[in-house]
Design a binder for this molecule. Structure first.
Ligand code: KIV
Length: 275
């Protein structure tokens, strides 16, 4: 590729500099083909620990492991040429302290080529965020509803309502002061998301936190209608690929049962070279 054709990757500092400009487009991806589809349209592609639920059938994100995040991170990295790749630190890989977090974040970056990690937590994670950023690891923070804490939060409820808004304000200020280059707001009331997005100097990326944020992140399988076990209220479905796939699989099953499949010397008219 000539220098003039070279696609420049979006960096964490470029994401940070987008504050107050065009909203940031963020989607998850877990595989190479989906990464190739989202790359031209997204600023950031997140290998979320939601992979444990969406692709591996776990009930919560607590089932994600370092190995899972690295394997999917490597697959997604192969499909990206433009978007910033961010990988979630899985439950249990960073909470013990800054050294453990550094060791695991460095491994994720080394083995996948990701330029940043995301971790959940506000005030209590500020020391870790500062430790990582001071040592070359850009951190996207994640506050509000933090799904890895589902067992202590008591479910997937909207956070920061009423007097609980103080906790969220403190978390937002703490992660920014610690050096996070951006912060995910999950399930926050619009008024609080608006207030904090105006107060912070880093971009806020909402998921179920309204258009008052500086961008939005969705789980790609949710917005494509591929993950159908449940449907978060805030997700707009842009396609119903689950239904399309089911119809196609049923048609295939019908063809096979009716012996409508070709002998080796026959090909379908639109067939491309097979594996
Ligand atoms: O794991 C994930 O996909 C996430 C996003 C939904 C923010 O953390």
């Amino acid at each position: 590729m000539s220098a003039s054709n070279e696609v420049r990757r979006i960096s964490p500092s470029a994401v940070r500099a987008r504050k107050g400009q065009t909203p940031l487009v963020v989607l998850t991806a877990y595989t190479t083909p989906i990464a190739r589809l989202v790359d031209p349209h997204c600023d950031v592609v997140l290998v979320g620990d939601s992979v444990a639920m969406v692709l591996h059938g776990h009930d919560t994100t607590l089932g994600a492991t370092m190995e899972m995040m690295i394997l999917h991170g490597q697959a997604v990295a192969r499909g990206l040429s433009r978007a910033l790749l961010v990988i979630d630190m899985p439950f249990g890989s960073y909470e013990e302290g800054p050294e453990q977090a550094f060791r695991n974040a460095a491994r994720i970056m080394r083995e996948t080529g990701a330029a940043a990690v995301k971790l959940e937590g506000g005030v209590h994670m500020a020391e870790t965020i500062a430790f990582l950023t001071a040592r070359g690891i850009p951190v996207m923070a994640h506050i509000g509803l933090t799904p890895q804490s589902v067992n202590t939060l008591g479910g997937y409820k909207v956070q920061g309502r009423g007097s609980d808004s103080t906790r969220i304000r403190e978390d937002a200020v703490a992660v920014e002061a610690a050096g996070a280059f951006s912060v995910v707001f999950e399930k926050l009331p619009e008024s609080l998301a608006r207030e904090l997005s105006a107060a912070l100097t880093i971009p806020t990326i909402g998921i179920g936190a309204s258009a008052a944020c500086d961008g939005q992140v969705l789980v790609v399988d949710d917005m494509l209608g591929l993950f159908t076990s449940f449907r978060p209220k805030f997700v707009r479905r842009y396609a119903e690929l689950g239904e399309t796939a089911e119809t196609a699989i049923a048609a295939y099953a019908e063809d096979v049962r009716a012996r409508r499949f070709p002998a080796p010397e026959h090909t379908f008219p639109d067939e491309v070279p097979s594996r």
